[in-house]
Write a protein that binds this ligand. Structure first.
Ligand SMILES: [Cu+2]
Length: 162
């Protein structure tokens, strides 16, 4: 049996349609995804071990899917850099984990192992002003690379267009 090129083309188009519908269905409800990266070709340690994205803004009540808390990576909230009333959290040894965030404000997050290389991220849930100043005031207590990482992210948050 032979399949004509025309048939193959039709099959590809049908497949593409199914894929497009699936992508549309996945849009609701939206889940933001954060990856944890080890990039051995990177030119600096802060780039080699990183969250992607490093700055994430979501509406209150959103679910964030953290991927890649494996090997030595962790997703660890920093005490004093999360909103009052929000629960501290740590993910480790999980390829994928969903967390929901109800409390508005900023969440300073580090990798417990690679934080010293600047592996930090800033999650902003709803209105950052809830605890922005408190979180910033804690920066001097952090190690050099973590502090530098967060300063860059706070800067980005306040001047999103550069
Ligand atoms: Cu790590």
């Amino acid at each position: 049996m032979t399949i004509s090129l025309k048939t193959i083309a039709a099959m590809i188009i049908a497949g593409a349609t199914v894929f497009a519908l699936a992508a549309q269905a996945e849009d609701l409800p939206e889940v933001a995804v954060v990856h944890q990266i080890i990039d051995l070709n990177a030119d600096t340690p802060a780039h080699a071990f990183r969250f992607e994205p490093k700055l994430l803004q979501v509406p209150a009540g959103s679910t964030v899917r953290f991927k890649g808390s494996t090997g030595r990576h962790t997703v660890t909230s920093i005490i004093r850099m999360i909103p009052v009333g929000a629960r501290a959290f740590e993910i480790r040894g999980k390829p994928e984990m969903d967390l929901s965030f109800k409390n508005e404000g900023v969440y300073g997050i580090r990798c417990r192992v690679h934080g010293r290389h600047g592996m930090v991220m800033l999650l902003v849930v709803g209105d950052p002003s809830t605890n922005l100043e408190e979180a910033r005031a804690y920066l001097p207590k952090l190690g050099e690379a973590e502090r530098a990482g967060f300063e860059e992210l706070f800067e980005q948050l306040e001047n999103p267009n550069g």
